[in-house]
Design a protein around this ligand. Structure first.
Ligand code: GLN
Length: 362
């Protein structure tokens, strides 16, 4: 009897020791002590890029609340149908490399991706050819000029200059390896779907509205072809480019596309390696220097994050290795950048100290 009770005592002590060790292993850093002197075990909460879920949600909520009432700026109107989007829509989202989303506002509303498609198609060109070929056939320098600048074509020997302005983006589409327009469009679209981890639908009315009024882009495509800097027929490149700009995305989709880049080129949901990891820094560098066209310098100084804007009102910013921040609001400033989206992302970056060169001021 006595032997049995000793045994029981021994096993109870052992079990309690094991439980204590396990509890410590799961505790967040150092357990504190309560009045009885016994350690209080705090359950560890997962972190994303060093931030708790609560912290990220609070930053998103705060950005939404701070800027929601702003009514500066107006919808893009040179693409007639974009004037019809409700100007006061606003959404902010953070997407982590494991696909978690922290949202506020209109994050599921579909709008046209516009120029935010450009870096992702440049990624496809890098993958199919090489960053060197992209550099030689298009260029990698910022223009310091508006996204639709015709002057840049005459000013720079490279002509198209970089893949994030219209001329370079039309040239990027023309560099895709395809022997028909259908195949070119299929590959461009499939690549954007892969980044988003979902099928993006063409907003037919947006495509038609822009294509029917594309005199400026058509002019640039023809000039590039004339200079030997377009690698398929101009109208084909223009049509596929205009279609890629008319793909419908939500702020969440944009966040997922950015999170793919934050995750070394691998989509958080599908696990597909969409862009080789080695090319991600080169792409982010182009976004950092040219993502906001003639406002790229100010953006980097204030937000410190590689990002891309579009005249549909979207912006996606990448915090390398950590997560992506996306926002949507149709009201634009004169450079064609969404005012509320810029402010929201800049505030989150400042508050959490996310700038790639060090924390930017709040
Ligand atoms: N499709 C638009 C254009 O070519 C894209 C411009 C933008 O979003 N900045 O003008």
């Amino acid at each position: 009897m006595q032997a049995l009770s000793l045994h029981r005592h021994f096993f109870t002590a052992l079990l309690s020791a094991v439980l204590t060790i396990n509890a410590y292993a799961g505790a967040s850093r150092s357990p504190s002590a309560n009045n009885s002197g016994k350690p209080v075990i705090e359950p560890s909460s997962p972190t994303y890029g060093g931030f708790t879920a609560d912290k990220l949600q609070a930053a998103v909520d705060k950005a939404y609340a701070t800027f929601n009432a702003l009514d500066e700026g107006k919808n893009a109107d040179y693409i007639p149908i974009l004037t019809e989007t409700l100007s006061n829509l606003f959404g902010v989202v953070i997407v982590t490399p494991d696909g978690k989303t922290f949202c506020a506002g209109d994050v599921d509303y579909k709008f046209s991706i516009q120029s935010i498609s450009k870096p992702f198609t440049a990624a496809l060109v890098m993958k199919e050819t090489s960053p060197q070929e992209l550099q030689e056939k298009i260029g990698m320098e910022p223009t310091g000029l508006p996204f639709n600048s015709k002057m840049a074509l005459e000013l720079y020997e490279a002509r198209s200059v970089n893949p994030l302005v219209n001329a370079g983006a039309i040239a990027a589409v023309s560099m895709i390896n395809a022997d028909s327009e259908d195949k070119r469009w299929y590959k461009v679209r499939q690549n954007l779907n892969d980044f988003a981890g979902t099928e993006l639908r063409l907003m037919e009315k947006v495509f038609k509205s822009e294509y029917d009024t594309s005199w400026s882009n058509r002019g640039m495509a023809n000039l590039l072809y004339n200079y030997g800097r377009l690698y398929c027929k101009p109208e084909e490149a223009l049509r596929v480019y205009t279609k890629q700009c008319a793909l419908g995305v939500s702020a969440k989709d944009l966040g997922m596309m950015g999170a793919t880049l934050a995750n070394g080129g691998k989509n958080p949901i599908t696990g597909k390696q969409v862009l080789p990891k080695a090319h991600v820094p080169e792409l982010l560098a182009i976004m950092a220097t040219a993502g906001f066209y003639d406002e790229s310098g100010i953006w980097m100084a204030e937000a410190g994050l590689p990002a891309k804007t579009g005249v549909g009102g979207g912006i996606v910013a990448v915090v390398p290795g950590k997560f992506a921040i996306a926002a949507f609001s149709p009201r634009l400033n004169p450079a064609g950048n969404s005012i509320k989206s810029m402010k929201a992302i800049r505030q989150i970056s400042g508050e959490l100290g996310l700038g790639v060169f060090g924390a930017n001021p709040e």
